[in-house]
Ligand binder design. Structure first.
Ligand code: 13P
Ligand code: SF4
Length: 332
């Protein structure tokens, strides 16, 4: 295939059905920039038996244009465990690609940008977890998947925002170390009798929302429904009509078909979901995740042309981390 990235009639024919879906959120003048990448990525994907797994926070041209599967962290992990593809391209942040590699040590797992990090994952190291375990002997560790492989290797069972309460409840101790998201931990603590030992990690995107902001939405937009991600501070969660993972939020919209809604989470979510629910009015606050936004179509194309950037994990760490991820998938 040539490297010609011009917008010609062949590219237009291959991508017009995608643009039909996106015309309300991507201006017409931008499409000739995205479309050649989308056409070439989709062609190379099938040539190389590659699959693109994209998180719900990816931009619409990735989410609707090239992803074979899109979902929350749990969905991505489950999908990675089922795929027959030879190459997995994870369009999301580093811990998500690492999780896919932990589940598929034999496969090539690529991330379009190795610097796509996460403030939660960088808030804690394997050494920190070892110290916590020394301080609380015999207390099991539940780690949010937003952690490095090193932390997962020190973990008894992983969780995501979609299954955290279920995972904590599955343990037969009265006390559980829950890390690293302090706000998710506090939210889980409200729904279990168990005592949780928490860490001080926060998501730099969700911690910026405030309860006052939500009250202002209610006052200024009568009838608005408010749904929030559990990484938000407690005053935000207390004011929300529903709290759930990114896929939980999409399911809420699907089930309730609200007239007006605000999703208290990263900005691309509303753009992506609005495409599927044209009768709902999405109020769109924009708190952007700078790490998720490092992933772009040109970088995805680079993955498929040069087979970079490959996720590598030390065998010993990978096999220990695998037990905690596998246990989570089994519980869920
Ligand atoms: P979800 O698992 O709900 O998609 O959340 C992942 C994440 O990073 C949210 O900030
Ligand atoms: Fe991490 Fe927050 Fe970005 Fe999610 S939104 S990847 S938790 S920094």
């Amino acid at each position: 295939m040539s490297n010609n990235l011009s917008y010609n009639s062949k590219v237009e024919a291959a991508t017009s059905h995608i643009y039909d879906q996106l015309k309300d959120i991507i201006p017409e003048v931008e499409w000739p920039v995205h479309a050649p990448y989308i056409a070439m990525i989709n062609q190379l994907k099938s040539d190389h038996n590659a699959i693109i797994l994209a998180h719900n926070y990816q931009t619409p041209e990735i989410y609707h244009g090239v992803a074979d599967y899109s979902g929350d962290s749990l969905g991505l992990a489950v999908e990675a465990s089922k795929t027959n593809a030879d190459i997995i391209i994870l369009c999301g942040v580093h811990f998500m690609a690492e999780t896919a590699k932990i589940i598929n040590p034999e496969k090539k797992v690529l991330i379009p940008d190795l610097l796509a990090g996460c403030s939660l994952a960088s808030s804690i190291t394997g050494d920190d977890v070892r110290l916590l375990k020394e301080r609380h002997p015999g207390v099991p560790v539940v780690s949010y998947v937003n952690t490095s492989a090193d932390v997962k290797a020190e973990t008894d069972v992983c969780c995501t925002s979609g299954n955290a309460v279920k995972v904590v409840e599955s343990l037969d101790t009265n006390k559980v170390i829950f890390l690293p998201d302090n706000y998710l931990g506090k939210y889980v603590a409200q729904q279990t009798e168990k005592e949780l030992v928490l860490w001080e990690g926060t998501c730099e995107v969700h911690e910026r929302f405030t309860g006052k902001e939500l009250l202002d939405y209610r006052k200024s937009i009568p009838g608005i429904e408010i749904i929030a991600h559990p990484e938000c501070p407690p005053d935000v969660l207390a004011e929300a009509d529903f709290v759930g993972s990114t896929s939980g939020m999409i399911n809420y919209v699907d089930k309730h078909r609200p007239k007006k809604i605000v999703m208290i989470t990263e900005c691309s979510m509303s753009d992506n979901v609005a495409v599927e629910f044209p009768d709902t009015n999405f109020i769109r606050p924009c708190n952007l995740c700078p790490h998720m936004k490092r992933i772009t179509l040109p970088k995805i194309l680079n993955c498929l042309q040069n087979f970079e950037f490959e996720i590598k994990i030390d065998d010993d760490i990978s096999s220990k981390a695998y037990s905690s991820v596998k246990r989570m998938i089994e519980i869920t």
